[in-house]
Design a protein around this ligand. Structure first.
Ligand SMILES: NC(=O)c1ccc[n+]([C@@H]2O[C@H](COP(=O)([O-])OP(=O)(O)OC[C@H]3O[C@@H](n4cnc5c(N)ncnc54)[C@H](OP(=O)(O)O)[C@@H]3O)[C@@H](O)[C@H]2O)c1
Length: 301
């Protein structure tokens, strides 16, 4: 059974994805800056302590676990946090990620880099991998910097860049996530503001995991892949659709424009993704929103 190591083990992606990777036939190992907290959750997979900014620690952990593939998800992933702390963003997202990549190179371990739809500037939507990536924010710029470094180096071919759309799934023990931040507020009877003017192709975390599995099993290295959901929606439509399937009262939804929220940093109009490249090279297909919501609710019950 191949071992797949995911960095950022307490993150929204890693925690929702690890079971899917197990289903795909991997032994999963998570790394985390707080391994005891992660390991205390019943059923958690093996979890090893790691701060990716510390290169010696990265080398020690990867040499000891000896994974067959690394999915590098650990990052400062909140655009607002990145915007207010450029230095820390570079330290974690550029230096930390380079540390993980260098050790993978030295050990000959395939490296999957989790990038983002926010490497695109949002001016046109339906982005394919060949469209120019001009990130508007520090978060996207830090991700883009590593993308460029990976694709320019010629020493190690076993890398892949996954540009994921906004991910959705059930809340984790540490993160309400998406749509949880809105649906849990509505369930508590609170009002929640959602944008009418930000379009994405939200993608089910399990589909991102299945996409990565297709890349690994198909040996599709040395490429960039967009991984988005099959439907382009704004935030209001997405959460309304979820509420209807989950039987949640939508009356607390306040429809707003991004311009109405001066503190909201990650203003983008349309970063919807065209994910045809991965579909052309594998049998991966993203789940329609309705079916994904039903699957989430079944799991949450
Ligand atoms: N969620 C989305 O919608 C989305 C969309 C596109 C791309 N992505 C990318 O997918 C990856 C996973 O995203 P996510 O939603 O799971 O993010 P997240 O919930 O913020 O998790 C990121 C994790 O990175 C880890 N991390 C490791 N070193 C860190 C450090 N020095 N400082 C801060 N955090 C550190 C933390 O886990 P530990 O403390 O356990 O180590 C943290 O929980 C990220 O690379 C993100 O850029 C996410």
């Amino acid at each position: 059974m191949p071992t797949l190591l995911i960095t950022g083990g307490s993150g929204f992606f890693a925690w929702n994805a690890w079971r899917e990777f197990t289903e795909c036939g991997y032994k999963v190992v998570l790394t985390s800056r707080m391994p005891a907290k992660v390991a205390s959750i019943p059923g958690a997979p093996q979890t090893v302590g790691l701060e990716i900014v510390d290169q010696a620690e990265v080398a020690a952990v990867l040499s000891s676990v000896r994974p067959d593939v690394v999915v590098h998800a650990g990052a400062l992933a909140q655009p607002s946090e990145c915007e207010s702390n450029h230095l820390r963003t570079r330290e974690v997202n550029v230096v930390g990620s380079s540390n993980v990549f260098s050790v993978c190179t030295a050990l000959g371990v395939p490296f999957i880099f989790m990038s983002t739809d926010l490497v695109y500037d949002g001016s046109k939507g339906n982005y394919s991998e060949d469209d120019d990536a001009h990130p508007a924010l520090e978060y996207g710029r830090s991700k883009r910097e590593l993308e460029v470094a990976l694709s320019k180096q010629q020493l190690f071919p076993l890398w892949s860049i996954v540009r994921s759309s906004l991910m959705f799934d059930n809340p984790t023990p540490w993160n309400e996530g998406y749509p949880g931040f809105a649906s849990e507020a509505l369930l508590r009877g609170e009002e929640t503001s959602l944008f009418t003017d930000q379009y994405r192709t939200p993608v089910y975390v399990k589909d991102v995991a299945r996409g990565i599995d297709s890349i690994v099993k198909g040996n599709l290295y040395g490429q960039v892949f967009n991984i988005g959901g099959p439907e382009r929606v704004n935030r209001v439509d997405f959460v309304r659709r979820y509420c209807r399937v989950a039987g949640i009262d939508e009356s607390g939804i306040r429809e707003v424009s991004q311009q109405d929220m001066p503190d909201y940093i990650a203003k983008v109009a349309d970063v919807s993704l065209n994910s045809r490249r991965l579909m052309q090279q594998s049998d991966w297909r993203p789940t329609p929103l309705l079916a994904a919501f039903e699957s989430m609710l079944q799991e949450y019950a």
